[in-house]
Design a protein around this ligand. Sequence first.
Ligand code: KET
Length: 427
Amino acid sequence: MRVISVTWRCDNFSRVMMAVAVDISRFEGVPMAPPDPILGVSEAFRADKNDLKLNLGVGAYRTEELQPYVLNVVKKAENLMLEKGENKEYLPIEGLAAFNKATAELLFGADNPVIKQGRVATLQSLSGTGSLRLAAAFIQRYFPEAKVLISSPTWGNHKNIFNDARVPWSEYRYYDPKTVGLDFEGMIADIQAAPDGSFVLLHGCAHNPTGIDPTPEQWEKIADVIQEKKHMPFFDVAYQGFASGSLDEDASSVRLFVERGLEVFVAQSYSKNLGLYAERIGAINVVCSAPEVANRVKSQLKRLARPMYSNPPIHGARIVANVVGDPVMFGEWKQEMEEMAGRIKNVRQKLYDSLSAKDKSGKDWSFILRQIGMFSYTGLNKTQSDNMTDKWHIYMTKDGRISLAGLSLAKCEYLADAIIDSFHNIS
Ligand code: KET
């Protein structure tokens, strides 16, 4: 730092000397931000030099060899795209038309009357996060009095997204640690108690982080209360196909609300099910009561997107449009998705078996088998999760969530040892 002397006169005219740094940064007032609770875990993992290290933090699929996986069908679609030699012109603000059509059809079903009637405003956006953020900006602008209800717990970034958009939120009960299941009564009571017209954020399937979804009967009851209270259902669908292995079955919660004639928000992501994490491809869909309403809503979503990021990227949109739009590739995708979901089920089973065999305390670990999707919510608290990382080099989020998509069969026993040690020896 360069330092100069400044001299000035005080009241008694004695000369005072003082050293002042002239090139103090204009950013002195900017404090260091804390690491992100999920993506920060990957940064810490990369810095660890221990051979035993295991990254179960971020929900990203790995092969049995713990390597990132590009789906064969994605490579095939990309090769076709290269052969066609398509250009890289700007997309319209709303994104690629073929993608928007494909994504809405995948979500609602191609024969759904809302599509046929033109009642869905679909905008390609920056994957799930960007789509949620765009919808949050829309809520802030057109429903400034409304509150968003989010599940307790939820995906770590939901609170960030609504805070950032200055949309007030509160939590509804969801997870019951006593039963390691859904607190359905608590959930219904809290949705019922919220001011009429609130937005209710729901995980379409494979709830993150708990891996616990309502049953079809419970979804009906949730829809009853939301309808009665004139709330707005707002679905986050980041795992379509990853919960049951079936794209249609995993969209059934959303479709149930749509069949009732409700207006619904749905954010979609292709990060997990097509493994397009870094392509940032997803969409925001708003089901409206009439085509004319959908047009107006879409026009305002475009208006919000334009100053934020102008228009979305094309590469991932073309991949999705090609895969979903081609019956052969669509079939291949479903098969690969089943394989990914199958591998996760296998490690889930092996982890359960290892824990049950090794843990002599009689603790019931069967909740692991009841949870679905990419994650297991272990019930480990923050100190125990710290022990997993500090002692065992197993990286996970501090809410006790582990990503089974980052686990191999070969590592299950090691993970079981670490969980048993952390659970029984650390309080
Ligand atoms: N919703 C949920 C529920 C979700 O778990 C994620 C990502 C997203 C949306 C957004 O993903 P995107 O890539 O923006 O489409 N979750 C994993 C990654 C992350 O935190 O960003 C995770 O929970 O590990």
